[in-house]
Design a protein around this ligand. Sequence first.
Ligand SMILES: [Zn+2]
Ligand SMILES: [Zn+2]
Length: 86
Amino acid sequence: MTRALTHGVAGYNRGCRCRECCAAYSRYRKDLRARHAERGLDPADPRHGTVNGYTNLGCRCRPCTVVASAVNAANKRARALKLRAS
Ligand SMILES: [Zn+2]
Ligand SMILES: [Zn+2]
């Protein structure tokens, strides 16, 4: 068995989806998110109060959480409506 490919995040980025690569990648993503959450957003950052700020940048300030939960509620409502319509 030849293993020319380096498994792990590098392997995942190259398209390998073996268990090792997937595990490494999900660890890496979790790490990234934890780092974002630690750092937080600059108080002057214009992305506060956006879903992007909450979801991708991990900001948990009040404007960000309020917008994110409003969007979540709207999504849930839309899903419920769709279920009822079908
Ligand atoms: Zn792999
Ligand atoms: Zn924020």
